[in-house]
Design a protein around this ligand. Structure first.
Ligand SMILES: Nc1nc2c(ncn2[C@@H]2O[C@H](COP(=O)(O)OP(=O)(O)OP(=O)(O)O)[C@@H](O)[C@H]2O)c(=O)[nH]1
Ligand SMILES: [Zn+2]
Length: 189
């Protein structure tokens, strides 16, 4: 739970520290506003990524399911600047149990909304999908741009970071791994 009063006090202090006057008209409401914003951006800190997850036992064959181009916005934990892009998820159901498709995007949202690293986000998404569905395998690719690399520091706008995590049969079975890679590849540039 974000302590909004404490966050607002900190933002006020930060404004003073950078040489601003937190009492000038344009900034008077900023600390409370930013505190509310953090409550939204960090809502994933107190949410279970698997709440609401629904499984359907349709008795269908276990074939790969891919949900691609799931947009997300997260905050890099080193600079508290946004990194954002798309997550692509492939999973192989077990015993015909399939996940509600929107739940995959909900998992991404929850895990993105906290101070994060792209690599950890990628791994946490794969683990959550695996736990949600007890799948035979999961492969996740995340492609993102980090504002801490574009608007400051090394300043390389357009540089994209691609991270991946495979577990279960999508890691160990060469044929399945290749099939998942082929389905994900066109979308991960
Ligand atoms: N592996 C990884 N690194 C990240 C992520 N987000 C930001 N970083 C990096 O975290 C590093 C922090 O490096 P530091 O040297 O402590 O910070 P800095 O002096 O601001 O570094 P520069 O960005 O190079 O100016 C930088 O290289 C960032 O690019 C991420 O999601 N994953
Ligand atoms: Zn950063």
């Amino acid at each position: 739970m974000v302590d909004k009063e404490r966050a607002a006090r900190a933002i006020r202090e930060l404004l003073a520290a950078v040489g601003e006057n937190p009492d000038r008209p344009g900034l008077q409401e900023t600390p409370e506003r930013v505190a509310r914003m953090y409550e939204e951006l960090f809502a994933g800190l107190e949410r279970d990524p698997l709440e609401d997850v629904k499984l359907f036992g349709e008795g269908l064959p276990d074939e790969l399911v891919v949900v691609r181009d799931i947009p997300f916005y997260s905050m890099c934990e080193h600079h508290l600047l946004p990194f954002y892009g798309q997550a692509h998820i492939a999973y192989l159901p077990r015993d015909g149990r399939i996940l509600g498709l929107s739940k995959l995007a909900r998992i991404v949202d929850t895990l993105a909304r906290k101070p994060q690293l792209q690599e950890r986000l990628t791994t946490e998404i794969a683990d959550a999908v695996e736990r949600a569905a007890t799948t035979r395998g999961v492969a996740v690719v995340v492609v993102a741009e980090h504002l801490c690399m574009t608007m400051r520091g090394i300043k390389k706008p357009g540089a994209k970071t691609v991270t991946s995590r495979s577990i279960g049969e999508l890691k160990t079975d060469a044929a399945l791994r290749a099939e998942a890679a082929a389905l994900l590849k066109p979308y991960t540039r």
